[in-house]
Design a protein around this ligand. Structure first.
Ligand code: NAD
Length: 261
């Protein structure tokens, strides 16, 4: 291909967030870290929010952002976070795998606190600034499990479906103020969250970890590979770019065809 016709992908795909402030929750690892890195590369000041002090500080230092060490399961933790942000990426989350009859109620509640209640509180906190500036982007890292269920993931599937609803309400209320809200719905991404599931399933079924990936995790995806965190981050950044202002209340599946079947 002739250079000049197709510009090389520079990690920001032409999105310029100079002068903008982004807040990414769960930015110490995986998808959140990739999002924080991409937003910083596009020129944004990034607030790196995570419960894990070491990783939050390391990522913040790496990208020239600001670390905030908070446990998002605590409702008052949100008050320690900045309200003046133009881009909010609700990403922090975790998984618990158990049948409904054995699902620990306290784990179910904790998942809803971190993955639904905290995004709600963060919207309440940050939307007034976005409304005042007449521009804002809410990017909710949902999952294919915001659109489809899997057995043994009651807490997670419930939380992701709730996040879908919250995102749509934010889209309706934000529209008059230039604020969009969307969900991104990845299939399996090879991050520490998934590495733990691979190890647990390998032990449970007595099979090789790579067999878990190919026979269990990728069984419903037409594309037989996991998606990389950077690919998710590239879409999160794209939503904040100059050509996507009409996309709101949407859910963008990055699922290799899982929900097409
Ligand atoms: P990860 O485990 O690599 O990162 C999650 C981060 O969230 C960690 O740094 C963790 O410390 C932080 N976190 C967890 N609980 C927190 C709390 N109470 N307060 C503050 N921070 C907290 O996981 P990941 O795979 O990058 O997942 C990120 C998001 O992407 C999650 O919402 C997850 O549901 C979603 N997702 C992941 C996949 C996947 O396959 N990995 C697929 C679809 C969606």
């Amino acid at each position: 291909m002739t250079s000049g016709i197709t510009p090389a992908f520079d990690g920001t795909a032409g999105v310029d967030l100079t002068g903008r402030t982004a807040m990414v929750t769960g930015a110490g690892s995986g998808i959140g870290r990739a999002c924080a890195t991409a937003f910083a590369a596009a020129g944004a000041l990034v607030h790196v929010v995570d419960i894990d002090k070491e990783s939050a500080e390391a990522v913040a230092e790496e990208i020239g952002g600001r670390a905030h060490v908070v446990d998002l399961a605590r409702p008052d933790s949100v008050e320690e976070l900045p309200a003046e942000v133009d881009v909010l990426v609700n990403n922090a989350g975790f998984q618990h795998v158990a049948p409904l009859t054995e699902f620990p109620p306290e784990r179910f509640e904790l998942i809803q606190k971190v993955m639904v209640h905290a995004p709600f509180l963060l919207l309440r906190r940050t939307l007034p600034h976005m409304y005042a500036r007449g521009w804002g982007r809410v990017v909710n890292i949902s999952s294919v499990h915001g659109l489809r269920a899997s057995a043994f993931k009651a807490g997670y599937v419930t939380a992701k479906h709730a996040l879908e609803g919250l995102s749509k309400v934010a889209a309706l209320e934000g529209a008059p103020y230039g604020v969009t809200s969307n969900c991104i719905n990845p299939g399996y991404v090879r991050t520490p969250l998934v590495e733990q599931q691979i190890a647990a399933q390998a032990a449970a079924h007595g099979i090789d970890p790579e067999q878990v990936v190919s026979e269990v995790m990728l069984s419903r995806s037409a594309i037989k590979r996991m998606i990389r965190p950077e690919e998710v981050a590239a879409v999160a950044l794209w939503i904040c770019g100059p050509h996507t202002g009409y996309i709101t209340g949407s859910s963008l599946p990055l699922d290799g065809g899982w929900t097409a079947a």
